[in-house]
Design a protein around this ligand. Structure first.
Ligand code: SF4
Length: 115
């Protein structure tokens, strides 16, 4: 029995074909005329459950370009790409009430808090 797999021959010096999955989010989604309608740099999306927010502001201290306290002194998201993914995750993990949820856009998986 052979363990050989049927792979197409590859020309020397040619990179392997690596087609992007059809459902892969792009860095910038464009309309047909090329106008950028959405810009998402990181792979994590953060949301704040304001009913859990106690205004501790550690999220703002760690990721001030993603979170801010509003006029009610509750956290809200002002940008998804103001800080990088690691910083967004760290900010979420710093929240004493786990009010911040982090979802991986690519997999749909909830990264934080653990389920
Ligand atoms: S760290 Fe949590 S409790 Fe504190 S402001 Fe941010 S969301 Fe609210």
């Amino acid at each position: 029995m052979s363990s050989q797999q049927s792979q197409p021959p590859q020309a020397p010096g040619q990179p392997a074909a690596d087609p992007a999955p059809a459902n892969q989010p792009s860095a910038a989604q464009q309309t047909l005329n090329g106008a950028v309608t959405q810009k998402q740099i990181g792979k994590y999306t953060v949301t704040v459950d304001r009913s859990k927010c106690i205004s501790a502001a550690s999220c703002v201290a760690i990721a001030p370009k993603v979170f801010e306290l509003d006029e009610e002194n509750l956290a809200r998201v002002i940008s998804q790409d103001g800080n990088d993914d690691d910083t967004k995750l760290l900010a979420a993990q710093s929240c004493p009430t786990a009010a911040i949820t982090v979802v991986n856009n690519e997999t749909g998986e909830q990264v934080w808090p653990p389920q």
